[in-house]
Design a protein around this ligand. Structure first.
Ligand SMILES: Cc1ncc(COP(=O)(O)O)c(C=O)c1O
Length: 394
């Protein structure tokens, strides 16, 4: 069968492939694989949220909703943002989707086309690049460098802007490096967007998983709601990846476009899950607070462990649940090392190159696993690496 040409421009996410391969090794070789590859909290969805969804089913919330989502749920999101960031959104500026990925897809497909340039982080979440290419727009990666703690360098950004720049994608805390943009970064980025008249999509899916730091959003600077679109959702902070619920906050005119996209793709997000959203966002927040405290303990543990592995060097990030060790001193290519760790040591992580060309020299490990399992993975790598160090790649 011949697919349409555009399919050749659509990429994928290798975390899912690695998961399938790790499960095959477990099944066929009886190997004990430690899963540090997937970007999903290993906690249960808080009970009060599950109960709210079950109650909504029993009450008959099992029908289509308007494509933008229930008004009460959009109001709940608006209230949540006001409490959290002090920004007032109108429900017409909120669209609820089955996962924030749909916001990402819709915005890029709606706004960018051939002749436009879209700047996105490299290393970065692989779907940005995939959908930019699918849209026909030109992809413009901005490297995230270790010497800048993997925050984008505003001077470098300035150099990449042209009259064709249509959209900038930022992500803080960032996947895969977990870096966090500062308030000053946001101010400079926003100033550039105004001076050069481009739009900003800010992916804030990890914004509540932060440690010892304040969160600042570029949306707080866009008082007139002219150019910033926020993407967020339940997946990470409420451990609800499988529920598929996300949302976007954006200028009303852009929201109308996303609603039209959604009408064509899924019609609406699942009705009873939208009802559970009200409980999640405005109900008790003890569960996410506990989860973040546990992640912080694991972050300290895994960073310490990574730095004890020969050839590994790892910064301590203040958000998300990923570590991004530099492995250049091992002399290995990232892809080969990730493969070796999986097949020989039973440690599933991802090659930095799964996130872009600038991911060469790095691996990504998710600490969405118990301290006990993380410890086992570190021990296996600590034991094996000294014998595996190669001459540095020239
Ligand atoms: C940076 C980033 N944005 C968005 C998503 C997608 O999240 P959702 O489950 O809301 O579609 C992910 C998931 O891993 C992510 O890492």
């Amino acid at each position: 069968m011949k697919f349409a040409e555009r399919m050749s421009r659509l990429g994928t996410e290798s975390a899912f492939e690695t998961l399938a391969r790790a499960q095959k090794l477990e099944r066929e070789k009886g190997m004990e694989v430690i899963h540090l590859q997937i970007g999903e909290p290993d906690f249960d969805t808080p009970r009060n949220i599950s109960d709210a969804a079950i109650k909504a089913i029993n009450e008959g919330y099992t029908h289509y909703t308007t494509p933008a989502g229930f008004l009460e749920s959009r109001e709940a999101i608006a209230e949540y943002y006001f409490r959290m960031r002090g920004i007032r959104y109108d429900p017409d500026e909120v669209v609820i989707t089955p996962g924030s990925k749909e916001i990402m897809y819709s915005l890029i497909m709606m706004l960018a086309e051939e002749g436009d340039e879209v700047i996105y982080p490299d290393p970065g979440y692989p779907i940005y690049k995939s959908v930019i290419e699918f849209s026909g727009a030109t992809k413009v990666p901005i490297p995230l460098r270790e010497e800048n703690e993997f925050r984008l360098d505003v001077k470098e950004l300035k150099a990449l802007i042209t009259p064709k720049t249509k959209l900038l994608i930022i992500n803080s805390p960032q996947n895969p490096t977990s870096s966090i943009l500062t308030r000053e970064d946001m101010e400079e980025i926003y100033r550039l967007a105004c001076d050069h008249d481009f739009l900003i999509m800010t992916d804030e899916i990890y914004s509540r998983i932060i440690y010892d730091t304040e969160y600042s959003s570029v949306a707080q600077l866009d008082e007139k709601k002219e150019r910033v679109m926020v993407l967020d959702g339940m997946s990470k902070v409420y451990a609800m990846c499988g529920w598929r619920l996300g949302w976007g906050l954006m200028p009303k005119k852009v929201a109308e476009g996303v609603v039209r996209m959604q009408t064509n793709i899924t019609s609406c997000a699942t009705s009873f899950i939208q009802r559970a959203l009200n409980e999640a966002l405005l109900g008790p927040q003890d569960a996410p607070t506990k989860m973040v405290a546990e992640f912080k303990k694991r972050r300290d543990f895994i960073v310490d462990g990574m730095n004890q592995i020969e050839g590994f060097n790892c910064l301590k990030p203040n958000g998300a649940f990923y570590v991004w060790p530099n492995i250049t001193a091992t002399g290995w290519d990232s892809r080969d090392l990730a493969e070796y760790l999986l097949t020989e040591l039973g440690v599933a992580g991802l090659s930095g190159t799964a996130f872009g060309d600038y991911g060469q020299g790095y691996l990504r490990f998710s600490y969405s696993n118990s301290i006990e399992n993380i410890g086992k993975a570190i021990d296996r790598m600590k034991k094996a690496m000294p014998a595996l160090i190669k001459e540095p790649v020239k």
